[in-house]
Design a binder for this molecule. Sequence first.
Ligand code: GTP
Ligand code: MG
Length: 234
Amino acid sequence: MARPMRTAAIIPCFNEERAVAGVVAELRAFDPAIVTVVVDDGSSDATARVARETSLVIRLPVNLGIGGAVQTGIRYAARHDFDACIQVDGDAQHVAGEIAALLKVRAETGASLVIGSRFIGEGSFRSTAMRRVGIGLIASTLATLFGVRVTDPTSGFRLMDRRAIALFAEHYPQDFPEPVSIAVAVEHGLSVAEAPVSMRERVHGTSSLAGLRSAAYMFRVIGYLVLVRLKRFL
Ligand SMILES: Nc1nc2c(ncn2[C@@H]2O[C@H](COP(=O)(O)OP(=O)(O)OP(=O)(O)O)[C@@H](O)[C@H]2O)c(=O)[nH]1
Ligand SMILES: [Mg+2]
């Protein structure tokens, strides 16, 4: 008999002491068999202590940023032979029950990377106008340079299969990891698909991308994607 699929939920956290317990509990409620891996990215608050009460915790000694935090979790999943990884933000913006939508698209398309998109389907919270324009331009850049069509390239709610886990354990961008990892996946022949999800507004803590910083972020991501594309010719 085939063994059941083993899934790890990778939860990058930077100062999420007020949200992380709820995120873990919600994931467990969705699937009691899921292994939650909280990656505490050098938080200065009680994130690790709170998370340890209900979850496996990997505590990074310094703040690596979201790319390093997620890759640490992916390496854990690779080393422990998980079949799939779900990346979920530690700020409770993602809805654990919607992992079902990611799994459905994975089953239908066989894609190695399934991105939860708030821009397809019936989502309620769609972020600010400035961010939406930025996200649209990043999506156009990915389509033009890499031929991949996605609507929500900065989404941090994603499913990775074994192939994606193996690739990202070795090659995961540290700068702008969500959009750039889509390009990395395509460059390595992996297929990418999207599933409709909703996203809650952040309740606790502070956003890393407010106001004008989101415009600067967009230009930097696009520049970075051009560099990734040019590497083909180096
Ligand atoms: N800001 C930040 N977040 C990190 C870092 N390392 C891990 N994270 C986690 O990465 C996740 C995503 O970060 P957010 O700041 O929420 O980014 P976002 O969801 O794109 O932005 P918002 O919509 O404003 O919440 C959260 O769970 C953070 O706790 C880091 O160095 N800085
Ligand atoms: Mg967030």
